[in-house]
Design a protein around this ligand. Sequence first.
Ligand code: NDP
Length: 498
Amino acid sequence: MTVKHWGLSIDGGYRPAKSGRSFSVENPKDGSIVAEVAEGDAADIEVAVTAAERAFPVWAALTGAERADIMHRTAELLRRRLPELVTIEIDQIGRPRREMAAQLARLPEWFSYFGAVARTHEDTVPPFAGEYLNYTRRVPLGVVGHVTPWNHPLLILTKKVAPSLAAGNAMVVKPSELAPITPLLLGEILKEAGVPDGVYNVVPGFGATAGLALSSHPRIRKLDLTGGTETGKAVASIAGRNLVKMAAELGGKAAVIVFPDTDVQRAVAATLFASFIASGQTCVQGARLLVHRSMHDQVVAELVRRAAEIRLGDPQIETTQMGPLVSKKQRDLVQRYVHIGIEEGAHLAFGGEPPQGSAFASGFYMLPTIFTNVTPRMRIAQEEIFGPVVCVMPFDTEEEALTAANGTEFGLATSIWTRDIARAHRVAHALQCGITWINDHHRIDPASPWGGFKMSGIGRENGLVAYEEYTQIQNIIVNLSDTLFDWYADDDQAKRYS
Ligand code: NDP
């Protein structure tokens, strides 16, 4: 099979990296090469930022309604190209077809929603003492930078691109080097929809070179990163030196809290979905199952039985339920945590190793893994593993469940499972996290704010807040009086002091 070569996407066309270098994108199911991609670095970031600066005034000058028309066209074109995008996404990251088809089918909603926001957003007329008309305008920031991870390549990028476009910004994207192809293809779709050349630029490359050059660039106005917490801290401190506005969607250690009025089958189905979708490689992964002691043994037995039935295999096949992890590095990391858990005294109830068989020999597969006898301070219960590992911990009281749920440095998401409406809201209000689901997990909508407390990040994706965070407020204060105001005139006129 011939391997396709991709360039950097700058100013509406593909081009090689200035260094002439490229890197390979590997298929995690068997280690084969999916594509060769130009490897951008600081010199290419400079070219991309300059192209974006040129394009920015053109895009910003359009009315919200004009931008909305283009974004609605984007949604339509995206819908048409979904089959191709799904196939590439699977080849890049190994997530099964049933997951990627479901996820990507929703992406057009982001362009429709933020297109509608661009069309309908209203500014404010705040009160102002005296004879004044006082109003605000939300204006775009300018050139913004997006640094994105590999786990949901197109979804996470779309969450950043749609509000940026709606608000009138131009952008430079540094995708994960593990999954740069769909971000490049999005550029083709945006161009066809009518987004002017240079508004959306993609410079694939590595975090330490291209990522660093983008986050430290003095002429970007915002840096929006999704990635690990350590990366977030490093990038925020670099961007902060230029007073660049920062948004960061970072790591998590979500808890699934199951109260005793929950049906066992429901609790188990919830945990399987929360913990093992995307092979556990999601920021809101149900990494900790906090289950009431009265149902702990029953839930664990059923969880183990159902986990053993999950069909691992070729992610391109419709019936596969779990694909490989994204890379050897990621699988090694997960296996290291399995050893740490065993050394800490946790009981490995299921999994903990790659599946056996020739079908899995050259891919980066890992069995769904269940630890019991876990205590809240163990490393496996505290640190983000980012793999298909769930730590089960029993609790006796609501307070105990809350203390454990809140007892990590993260604060991204939690799900609460109960039929007691008062308890559900009471617990939700006491949780230190940005997203709480009641009787559900991992649901998302373009209109609903997404982001974390504590070390899980700053800023929010989705919703009006995301649009507003891609704007800056301009305040216009209009004096409606024709009376001469002359502070230094030598007369008896009452003076003002503000
Ligand atoms: P990383 O933090 O390793 O990388 C994220 C992105 O940042 C990549 O494009 C990476 O490039 C780049 N990068 C790394 N170092 C630097 C640097 N010094 N300067 C600028 N850019 C840099 O995360 P992963 O890609 O491994 O993704 C997994 C992480 O993302 C998990 O921690 C997960 O929790 C988090 N995440 C959070 C979400 C949320 O909504 N809160 C959603 C999804 C994921 P390169 O790949 O070349 O290193």
